[in-house]
Ligand binder design. Structure first.
Ligand SMILES: C[S@@+](CC[C@H](N)C(=O)[O-])C[C@H]1O[C@@H](n2cnc3c(N)ncnc32)[C@H](O)[C@@H]1O
Length: 226
């Protein structure tokens, strides 16, 4: 399978999932999310992963003065909560249908920019390369390619200001058998592989939590010299 074929399949499979039941595939805790429950679950993610970590994330900046980036925004579950906290939010997703649903849910929020991307880079982001923070949750666990994930990490590095944080998850369970065709099960990262990726993409992998588990959190700080 070529990279182009794989990217096309990611877009098609996620469009199908989004048309069938976007909110279920975004968060499989429920089949029948109400608006309120769905966006409350996004606020819970922000409470748990961002509000508890403001020193690393804001580095003394007022959140309302910060421009942030989200990779794999789905139907806008977390994007909405990010938009309640930060001054400017840019979010990308490989699925046009997910972006359509997120755009409908967040209509009227002029500080939110939702971009349908090609599944591997951030060329669609037209803002200056001066992002203050980047975030991604339950996305790279679904990407069956190290090249695609590593390219995103390099791209985030390009867009962040020096010193800024990319906080994200990868699949940490190294017993997972991912295949190139399956766009549900992403490739796993050992701790050593995560550290190598940080080094190669211009980041300091300062903190890591959950190695060996499905939700392996990484705190990558952009190296000043990168
Ligand atoms: C399980 S959902 C999570 C959505 C969102 N992060 C949340 O927590 O609500 C995974 C999302 O990742 C997107 N995705 C999958 N592969 C992607 C890729 N290569 N580039 C960008 N987005 C991708 C899917 O379209 C889907 O919207």
């Amino acid at each position: 399978m070529t990279l182009d074929e794989q990217l096309k399949k990611m877009a098609q499979d996620w469009d199908l999932r989004a048309k069938e039941n976007a909110r279920y595939y975004v968060n499989t805790e429920r089949q029948d999310w109400t608006d309120d429950e769905f966006f409350t679950s996004g606020r819970r993610t922000v409470e748990e992963e961002i509000l508890t970590d403001m020193t690393n994330i804001c580095q003394g900046k007022d959140p309302k003065q910060m421009r942030v980036l989200e990779i794999g925004c789905g139907a806008g579950r977390v994007t909405n909560a990010l938009s309640e906290l930060f001054g400017e939010v840019w979010a990308v997703d490989v699925s046009a249908e997910m972006i359509r649903q997120a755009s409908a849910a967040l209509a009227g929020k002029n500080h939110v920019h939702l971009i349908h991307c090609n599944g591997t880079d951030l060329s669609g982001i037209t803002a200056d390369a001066s992002f203050d923070f980047a975030f991604s949750t339950i996305v790279f666990q679904h990407i069956p390619s190290y090249a695609v994930i590593e390219n995103y990490v390099r791209e985030v590095n390009r867009l962040l200001r020096p010193g800024a944080l990319f906080k994200f998850q990868v699949q940490g369970d190294t017993t997972i058998q991912s295949t190139p065709e399956d766009t549900w099960l992403g490739v796993p990262f050992s701790d050593a592989r995560a550290v190598k990726m940080a080094d190669e993409c211009g980041f300091e992998p300062r903190y890591r939590h959950g190695a060996g588990q499905q939700y392996f959190w990484l705190w990558f700080f952009k190296r000043p010299s990168a």
